[in-house]
Design a protein around this ligand. Structure first.
Ligand code: ADP
Ligand code: MG
Length: 436
């Protein structure tokens, strides 16, 4: 399958060629024709699957065939939770739209509003925005949506996590009812589906990360350990394996901050990102980590979702998430294209319930490896046997539903769905991967 057969115009194909893309990613293959047919869409896809190009390319095509925007009007609105993502999307729009006479701009909070008002004055074909600043601009009369043709909600689950639901509903109320809607989310929780109901119309549904399965390319194991020993164990593992870039997940914000201090004491440079930190502090932490000056990035689940870091060779679960699906998201951060990533979980006895939930979700037990000097005083109870086939510790065997994806380890899953296009691109053309 090549881009030529998807129905995109020559000017877009030229830009793709220039960028060095030879074939569409799985989500692009599905999304591009559907968007060109002007269908609404709900797509489950995580960062790195090529979704930005998946919606940007057909949108550019559609817009290039219509009329330019009138004063203050916007033809396509792309809403995204953070300014980093917003800036990246604008980058993509500019790259792919290089040979088209379209205009695009980005607006987000934390910077002066007046230059943004000016940029909107003549109208733009594509506006990328975070919710709060967009509302400000709308309330000031700087932007109008009478002619809006397409709405994109990117990383919708993260927007809900960050408390943007009211802002989004307000924005929706300002838009014309006849429009094309594209909704992207890492997962479709009930809340997302509820929002979708008020927003999309007979959508095409696309999913590129099979829910609740873990990549075959990720080597996973757990280390049983007493809770109070975890920081020392993490430091010891980091030294022993000479990890230079580790993403460590912490369930709580406080835990993340505390861990950074404890690692510091062990001569391991670390930074934390979580929801209590300002956007600036998060951007700085991420930049430090990306530049490789810092070995460990400690993140909470919410902060990690949607941050744009290349996938990493090593992920550590300092503690297990309460929601088993988060485990799948977390380890999805490792496993480079064609390489094997590693995900290690430090598990103390009090986390047995979370562990069992995770094993049931992924449909297999996780291998246990003890570390010398860190053998726990409090034994981690055994996992359920026959995980994923039959739950053994409940009397009513009849009521148990097998996880829907428990057979997916068998090899009938398309491996291409896990391809990380960012890395692939990066490997090929180190100088032109726009978003790092
Ligand atoms: P997402 O929005 O899912 O994070 P992007 O569309 O931003 O994904 O793409 C992620 C990375 O992969 C970017 O660096 C982009 O340049 C690259 N990429 C996207 N589509 C392709 C493709 N078809 N071939 C090669 N690289 C691609
Ligand atoms: Mg993206």
């Amino acid at each position: 399958m090549s881009f030529d057969s998807l129905g995109l115009s020559a000017d877009i194909l030229k830009a793709l060629n220039k960028k060095g893309y030879s074939k569409p990613s799985p989500i692009q293959e599905q999304a591009i024709p559907a968007v060109l047919k002007r269908r609404d869409m709900m797509a489950a896809a995580q960062t790195g699957t090529g979704k930005t190009a998946g919606f940007t390319l057909p949108i550019l095509d559609i817009l290039s065939k219509g009329k330019p925007p009138a004063t203050k009007q916007v033809r396509t609105l792309i809403i995204t939770p953070t300014r980093e993502l917003a800036a990246q999307i604008l980058d993509s729009v500019e790259t792919y739209g290089k040979y088209l006479p379209l205009t695009a701009t980005v607006v987000f909070g934390g910077v002066k509003i007046n230059p943004q008002i000016k940029r909107l004055q003549k109208g733009v074909d594509i506006l990328v925005a975070t919710p709060g600043r967009l509302l400000d601009l709308h309330h000031q009369g700087a932007v109008r949506f009478d002619d809006l043709e397409i709405l994109v909600l990117d990383e919708a689950d993260r927007m809900l996590d960050m408390g943007f639901i009211h802002d989004i509903r307000k924005i929706l109320s300002y838009l014309p009812s006849k429009r094309q809607n594209l909704l992207f989310s890492a997962t479709f929780s009930n809340d997302i589906r509820k929002l979708a109901k008020t927003m999309v119309n007979d959508p095409v549904e696309i999913s590129v990360t099979p829910r609740n399965t873990t990549a075959d390319t990720v080597k996973q194991w757990i280390v049983p350990v007493d809770k109070k020993q975890k920081p020392e164990l993490l430091a010891a593992l980091t030294h022993k394996h000479k990890w230079e870039q580790v993403l460590v997940f912490s369930r709580t914000k406080h835990g993340a901050d505390r861990l950074v201090k404890q690692l510091d004491k062990n001569q391991i440079t670390a930074v934390a990102i979580h929801g209590n930190k300002s956007q600036n502090a998060r951007t700085r932490a991420l930049a430090l980590f990306k530049k490789s000056g810092v070995r460990v990035l400690v993140a909470t689940d919410i902060a990690a979702r949607g941050i744009d870091i290349n996938q990493l060779p090593q992920v550590v679960n300092f503690d297990l998430p309460n929601v088993p699906e988060d485990y799948v998201h977390r380890i999805g951060r490792t496993g480079r294209a064609g390489e094997v990533g590693q995900a290690v979980s430090l598990v103390s006895a009090d986390e047995i319930k979370q562990l069992r939930d995770i094993e049931r979700l992924i449909g297999r037990p996780l291998e246990r490896r003890l570390e010398d000097g860190f053998e726990p005083d409090h034994d981690l109870p055994a996992s359920n046997s026959n995980v994923g086939v039959k739950k053994s510790n409940k009397p009513n065997s009849g009521g148990y539903k097998k996880p829907s994806n428990s057979n997916n380890n068998g090899g009938n899953r398309k491996p291409s769905t896990k391809t990380n296009y960012r890395n692939r691109n990066k490997n090929k053309k180190p100088s032109s991967s726009g978003n790092n």
